[in-house]
Design a protein around this ligand. Structure first.
Ligand code: GLA
Length: 380
């Protein structure tokens, strides 16, 4: 008997999975109409689902305490706090808001995506819910639109002002590729990324320092970027070209803006440029050379955007001092995970060095794994 049957007393109609992600490059650019380049992890959130016809949404998670959470579809309203269930509830709310007719569902979730690690466990939960309901009800929502609905669930229903990257990664990534997205027009390109074939590995180091998006720092950075764009008279910081950065910073200085706004602008403009550099290097087969660009991205997030923390810096500095090709924090920041690009035969040594550095600093042992670009959301 499956867990679904034990919990709900009937058989599910199907099982769906959606992955977490790491971001290779392009951090905090997504709400600035900029470029991102995430790839999907092998870690997924799996949903077993059966429709109901009585207007009830009943959700249950193998990873969360508290048993079944039961909600009435017509009582779902933004701002309600149902803990983890707010994510699937938000997706149901967003689908209904978009005019889709839903009649209720029983859903059981199991996840291998680490939570609070900056690896998009929330997006995986949202996207797997949207995909399952889309398939079961024949809604015909395309993947990019599905990502937008899930983002709306997170922004409006849950109340976290995140961009579009994580949901797009979970919905649209394909195995063996990183996904380049221009978040202004939503255009996408699957960029082949087979590090193992080139003798390299991308390590993910989860510092186990919990990050949270709703704690205000993310929203503060977002508001700062919007203020910077407004001061420069452009719709978004995306509109400041790399070779126009110095002039833009001069203008902000003349306008009396302080160094913190200048730092935000500098990060976004240089980060978009770094995404373009990484694509050029990958297209040219110069994969090893992206390492230096990743590290430059970390320095920018640390010094200009100011969202790193001691543990993330320790991973990056230790990895680079132990022979990594490059390293940087990934995701929203203030904790969570870093990525390390390494020659395959150096990965073990680098991992040991990072683990020892954490022990020497009296920190909890980090969780380290090799990330292989994996498939996006799917029916299993
Ligand atoms: C979080 C958000 C994304 C993005 C990243 C930073 O993961 O959900 O939209 O802004 O932070 O790049």
């Amino acid at each position: 008997m499956t867990v679904f049957e034990k919990v709900f007393g009937t058989a599910p109609e199907g099982v769906w999975a959606a992955p977490g992600r790491v971001n290779l490059i392009g951090e905090h650019t997504d709400y600035n109409d900029g470029f991102v380049m995430p790839f999907a992890l092998p870690h997924t959130t799996v949903a077993s689902v059966a429709r109901r016809d009585d207007g009830l949404l009943r959700v249950h998670s193998g990873d969360m305490p508290g048993g079944i959470v039961e909600l009435r579809l017509d009582e779902l309203t933004p701002g309600r706090d149902d803990g983890w269930a707010s994510y699937p509830a938000g997706v149901v709310w967003a689908l209904r808001e978009a005019g889709h007719r839903l009649t209720g569902a029983d859903i059981h979730y199991e996840s291998t995506v680490p939570t609070g690690a900056g690896l998009s466990s929330s997006a995986a939960l949202e996207v797997v819910t949207a995909l399952a309901l889309n398939d079961l009800h024949g809604l015909g929502v395309e993947r990019p639109a599905m990502a937008l609905l899930c983002q709306r669930a997170e922004n409006v229903y849950v109340g976290a002002p995140t961009g579009i990257m994580d949901q797009t990664a979970s919905a649209c990534c394909t195995a063996g590729h990183a996904l380049f997205v221009d978040t202004r027009d939503g255009s996408q390109r699957q960029v082949p990324l087979d590090l193992a074939a080139e003798g390299m590995r991308l390590l993910v180091v989860d510092t186990r320092v919990k990050h949270a998006h709703s704690d205000g720092s993310y929203a503060e950075r977002r508001a700062g970027c919007e203020a910077g764009a407004a001061a420069l008279g452009v719709p978004a910081l995306r509109d400041i070209p790399f070779d126009g950065l110095a002039a833009a910073l001069d203008r902000l200085r003349q306008g009396g803006h302080d160094e913190s706004i200048l730092g935000l602008v500098r990060h976004i403009v240089t980060e978009n440029h770094r995404v373009e550099q990484v694509i050029e290097l990958l297209d040219a087969g110069r994969t090893r050379d992206i390492g230096a660009v990743l590290t430059a991205g970390h320095v920018s997030l640390r010094d200009d955007f100011r969202i790193s923390c001691a543990e993330l810096d320790l991973v990056v500095d230790t990895a680079n001092a132990s022979g990594a090709l490059g390293a940087r924090m990934t995701g929203g920041g203030f904790g969570g995970s870093a990525i390390v690009l390494a020659e395959s035969d150096a990965a073990e040594k680098i991992t040991e060095a990072v683990v020892s550095a954490f022990a020497a600093a009296g920190l909890q042992e980090p969780r380290v794994f090799t990330a292989v670009p994996s498939a996006g959301a799917r029916k299993v």
